[in-house]
Each structure stands twice: as C-alpha cells, then as structure tokens.
Design a protein around this ligand. Sequence first.
Ligand code: ADP
Length: 272
Amino acid sequence: MTTHPSPTPTPFATGTDRSAELVRFDHVTKRFGDHVVLDDLDFAVAPRRHVTLIGPSGSGKTTILRLLMTLLRPDEGTITVDGDLLTHERRGGRLVPAGERHVRAVRRKIGMVFQQFNLFPNMRVLRNITEAPVHVLGRDRDEAEQRARELLELVGLSDKVDAYPGQLSGGQQQRVAIARALAMEPRVLLLDEVTSALDPELVAGVLDLLRDVARSTDVTMVCVTHEMSFARDVSDTVLMFDQGRVIESGPPEKIFTDPEQPRTREFLSAVL
Ligand code: ADP
C-alpha cells in the first residue's frame, strides 16, 4: 500500500452516481520494480466525455491506456469500464483477479487508435475495417461491409475502399485506423498520440475528423497527447498528471488560460 494520501476523486461524472461513469480507476497503483508509476490513482470519466491526459513525460499517461487495454494489470486497485470490472470478476461470491475470458469480454468495450496506425498491410482498407467485426464480434460479412462503407464516408475515404494501406498517406492511414476502431462499436475510444507520427500538414485534417467523431458519435474518448492544440480542440476535460497522480483537472479553457497548480503552469509554459 502506498502511504501517500489520495486526492479527492476527480468528479467528472455527474454527482456520485457511479452508474453514470464509463471509466473508473479506484486506488490504482502500478509499479515497475521500485518505481511507483501510478500512485493510488482515482479518477472517473462520464459517458460521452472527451478527456485528454497531459503532463510531463514519464508521468504515467501511457500506462493508463495500457492498463485499459489490459496490456498491463495494476498492482493494487480496480478499474471499471461501463459498469464491469476490468481487473476482477466475481467467482463464488468472491472478487478475484479477472481471468482471460472475462478480460476479453470487457475489453471489447474499448477501442484504440495508435500513433503508428497498426493497419494490416496485406489487407485492403475495407478488409482492415471488417476483419475484427466479422471474426471477433461474429458479424455477418455483408453487414460489416455496409457499416465499414458508412465509416469510410465519415472519415472522408469512400474512394479508398480497395486501396492497400501502403498506397495511402499517413493521415489517410490514421483515418482508416479510426474507422477500424469505431467499427467495433466501442464505448470508450483510446487515442495514443494519434497525430504525432503525421507530417504537420496532415495533423489538422485528423484533428477535424476527431472533432467530428466526438460530435457525431456517443463514444467516450480518453486521449494522451503532447499536442496541446489537440487537447484544447478535441477534449472537454483535461487531466494534468504529475508523478502518477492527477494534480489538476478542468475544461481546456480553464487549464490552458488559468491553471491553479504551479506545476501545471510550469509544464504549460514549457510546451506552449
Ligand atoms: P508518459 O506516458 O506520461 O510519458 P509512461 O506511462 O509511459 O509515461 O511511463 C511512466 C513511467 O513508467 C516512466 O518512468 C517509464 O519509464 C516507466 N515505465 C513504463 N513502462 C515500463 C516498463 N514496461 N518497465 C519499466 N518501466 C516502465
């Protein structure tokens, strides 16, 4: 157990109604050896909110996404997604660490877009998008293709249905990756530095798309970014991390113009 006092949980969800929270970290601690990366962390994200995690390198932001993707497990604490515990399950009335099958079922509620797109290079665009809905969700192929075409329209790539990823620009590949993530109908979309591998002239288009996605879908977004313009433009809540804890949170207009914590001011003056 950590000896530090826990900060008050950040109340992004309305009131204290936990059913109104889509993602919740309760007393989550993650260590690598002696290094405490997340320190008794509490936070919650309400449905349809678009939350950006900012803070210095090494403050634990990516670790949060990796915990949500179940690439890591916390040493202490629980993580809940859409009312289901991701980290634990009930067996015989007892709460035990989640088994693989339970983890897979809860993880289906979570989509992820990576910095490096991670498309399947040997599959055409349409197939990149339909593969998981067909094979993981068991969707009918025609239905999955119909939905993929709608998503390609949403991301402005209707004319690239038959292209291979290698024939697309980085910005276009990232649009396909966003469509692919949305095809799984996630409740939560995790975005990890999604514009940082793009040429500068392609960044604005992907940001515009994410703003559209934020407006036109019900998806809850949790983003990690170094780009403050991204945090300002796409999110409605910004969480400032320092040393594995949330030290400040609020709407971007408040955090970027009138932060309360000296550490936030210092960080922003270094990056803006
Ligand atoms: P951020 O995304 O805020 O830059 P990270 O979550 O990537 O921070 O990392 C937080 C800290 O955890 C860093 O000090 C990093 O070196 C450490 N860390 C991350 N992953 C590992 C790992 N697999 N093994 C050891 N240390 C790690």
